[in-house]
Write a protein that binds this ligand. Sequence first.
Ligand SMILES: *[C@@H]1O[C@H](CO)[C@@H](O)[C@H](O)[C@H]1NC(C)=O
Ligand SMILES: *[C@@H]1O[C@H](CO)[C@@H](O)[C@H](O)[C@H]1NC(C)=O
Ligand SMILES: *[C@@H]1O[C@H](CO)[C@@H](O)[C@H](O)[C@H]1NC(C)=O
Length: 183
Amino acid sequence: MTSQFLITLLLLSAYTLTSAAKFGRELKDLKKKKEHLTHFKFYWHEVLGGNNDNAAQIIPSIPKYNTTTSFGGLRVIDTPLTLGPKLSSKLVGRAEGLYAATSQTQIELLMIQTFNFFEGKYNGSAINVLGRNVVLNKTRELSVVGGSGVFRFAKGYVELSTYSFDPKSGSSIVEYNLYVLHY
Ligand SMILES: *[C@@H]1O[C@H](CO)[C@@H](O)[C@H](O)[C@H]1NC(C)=O
Ligand SMILES: *[C@@H]1O[C@H](CO)[C@@H](O)[C@H](O)[C@H]1NC(C)=O
Ligand SMILES: *[C@@H]1O[C@H](CO)[C@@H](O)[C@H](O)[C@H]1NC(C)=O
């Protein structure tokens, strides 16, 4: 190898290093910030039928599959989140998202939701949640996959348990216990 070739090689690797540093810069201060674990408890209200329907069916279930599981059905939701179990109790946020019936053998939903909070320092921040909801199971669990605002870098989980169900309309009130790690 000639020395000229070696010098070119060195210059090239130095250039690659500095351009990578310009593109991705490590932030040491944020890493030093304290992580918080917060528990939120609220109630999720799904209203089906009537004027206040808040879960719109976008795709109906597919008749050629098991109809009792509603397989293939898809709804888009915008449901109130309240502090107490009554719909008239304090509104702390809204859950926006969608869910699909994804099992051929039981009533089970794949849920994708954002919890958009209105209260105090959480106002304007959101938590993004994804997971499997086996509706008839006593408790179900969804995963926190991220968040925005005060919930940047969020991780955690949500436990769901049905508080009440109206078999006539299909409307339900579900207790949500959210455990979230965030900065
Ligand atoms: C259809 O779904 C129900 C539950 O909703 C289940 O009990 C039944 O076994 C399912 N049938 C088939 C053929 O998978
Ligand atoms: C939340 O913030 C919005 C504006 O971003 C404001 O209009 C609203 O009153 C706030 N809500 C609460 C409960 O502080
Ligand atoms: C069903 O509920 C039990 C506790 O009631 C829980 O341990 C289990 O993980 C749940 N399974 C699913 C699939 O949600």
